[in-house]
Write a protein that binds this ligand. Structure first.
Ligand code: HEC
Ligand code: HEC
Length: 219
């Protein structure tokens, strides 16, 4: 596939993350160990509020209290659409969705635990991140978004009932889009795969950075 070959690695160089990755690794080890369920089938069908809070505490170490992330490499998960939440967790589990950490994390949870966490986080309100974006890039990104992405990611990617793009952390978004673009993550939605492919063919890999600045500029 042609889009696999584009050189996107340089795009990420514009962001600096300090030592966040190492901290995340350490946290992921301990939380994953703590959270291994004995067997999925041994669980009760419904979980109590207190049990869900306990599960969510494990996530809060990285995703922030109530799912509002304070670190640029980690997405906010407050207000994520419920079905999408389940889908992306299963994608991490199966390896269809590229991950640095969540592949190991997701494997520690049963279907019903993931569903319970999806309900918990989708009920929270998404809070757009305050971050700095570059005007000219954001303007180019706006055009690209409206041409290729708005049809599904409505209201400039900030539809509260949907996948959150506007106001999500920029480095996370850029990596996620690169993973899609080079085929490290599978895009379930065929029309999105087509939109990405067309955009990259016509506007080059810089379009991902432009989109990132556009979404980052949204409040
Ligand atoms: C050690 C840090 C860490 C912990 C703990 C953690 N996450 Fe994550 N999470 C990440 C990172 C980093 C990503 C981006 C994907 C990747 O690189 O693994 C992510 C991505 C996600 C996404 C995808 C968001 C999107 O917009 O697509 C969801 C959903 C998620 N995590 C849920 C959870 C849940 C639920 C828990 C608790 C059970 C949890 N995470 C615990 C670091 C963490
Ligand atoms: C035909 C509808 C459609 C179009 C067009 C589309 N998307 Fe998507 N997008 C989806 C769906 C559905 C998902 C979630 C499931 C999946 O991974 O396929 C998604 C997921 C995403 C995600 C992951 C979000 C996260 O939190 O990790 C990003 C980023 C994204 N799209 C960006 C884009 C960009 C950029 C464009 C335009 C170039 C675009 N999409 C065009 C439907 C679409």
């Amino acid at each position: 596939m042609r889009i696999r070959n584009i050189a996107v690695s340089t795009l990420a160089a514009a962001f600096a993350f300090g030592c966040a990755t190492q901290q995340m690794e350490e946290k992921s080890m301990t939380s994953a160990e703590k959270s291994q369920p004995a067997t999925a089938s041994a669980e009760p069908a419904t979980m109590t509020g207190a049990a869900i809070e306990m599960l969510a505490n494990t996530c809060a170490g990285c995703h922030g209290t109530g799912g509002v992330s304070t670190g640029p490499a980690i997405p906010s998960i407050a207000g994520l659409e419920e079905e999408y939440f389940v889908e992306v967790m299963n994608g991490y589990k199966s390896g269809e969705r590229a991950a640095t950490i969540m592949d190991r994390m997701a494997k520690g949870y049963s279907d019903s635990e993931i569903e319970a966490m999806a309900a918990f986080y989708s009920a929270k309100k998404f809070q757009p991140v305050r971050q700095t974006s570059a005007g000219p890039k954001a303007m180019r990104g706006s055009k690209l978004h409206h041409e290729y992405c708005e049809k599904c990611h409505e209201n400039e990617g900030r539809n509260p009932e949907d996948i959150v793009l506007a106001g999500q952390w920029m480095p996370y978004l850029l990596w996620t889009m690169e993973d899609f673009a080079v085929g490290r993550s599978k895009i379930e939605e065929k029309k999105m795969a087509k939109a990405m492919e067309n955009m990259l063919a016509e506007h080059g890999s810089g379009s991902l950075m432009d989109l990132t600045h556009f979404y980052g500029s949204r409040k």
